[in-house]
Design a protein around this ligand. Structure first.
Ligand code: FAD
Length: 125
């Protein structure tokens, strides 16, 4: 693939991933259990290891060291991710996003049903 094609694919992957991540933190429980907090932190740490763009993954790992995932509440998680995304924007010379607009920007169309997380991180049998 050409360099331009690579960059286009990398950007498309980034947009899709950010959309998932922001939508997820905005649906994260308002008052999470210890297990749910652990799940969120693990999710981001695993993402930083497995994200398919190697350069992005390496940079993201450094960012997570500097700004560890905030899992105490939905607001904490969503604001933390907005801040971290803005740090990536800064490095890539992209405009800063106003985190006051998070709620109106991300709507998963999932209704009001609560997010249901299994009570353990172990995979099913
Ligand atoms: P994106 O940054 O993809 O944002 C998509 C939309 O999200 C924006 O249009 C805006 O509406 C909204 N948005 C923007 N900022 C925020 C915010 N702070 N909070 C909430 N919503 C916001 N690309 C590289 O070239 N090098 C890297 O090292 C790199 N690292 C990455 C690390 C991760 C974890 C991810 C998910 C992506 C990474 N990318 C990297 C991709 C890069 O961040 C962009 O996704 C890509 O360049 C496309 O940019 P974009 O201008 O379409 O907007």
């Amino acid at each position: 693939m050409s360099k331009l094609g690579n960059e286009t694919a990398k950007a498309a992957l980034g947009r899709a991933t950010w959309k998932l991540l922001h939508t997820m933190t905005l649906r994260y429980p308002e008052d999470p259990t210890p297990d749910e907090k652990e799940a969120l932190k693990s999710y981001f740490h695993l993402l930083s290891r497995l994200y398919p763009c190697g350069e992005c993954a390496a940079e993201f790992q450094l960012l997570l060291k500097k700004y560890p995932p905030q899992a105490s509440s939905r607001r904490a998680a969503a604001s933390w991710l907005c801040h971290v995304h803005n740090q990536v924007n800064l490095r890539l010379n992209k405009p800063e996003f106003d985190c006051a607009h998070l709620d109106e920007t991300y709507d998963c169309g999932c209704g009001d049903e609560p997010v249901s997380l299994p009570s353990t991180l172990s995979p099913p049998d």
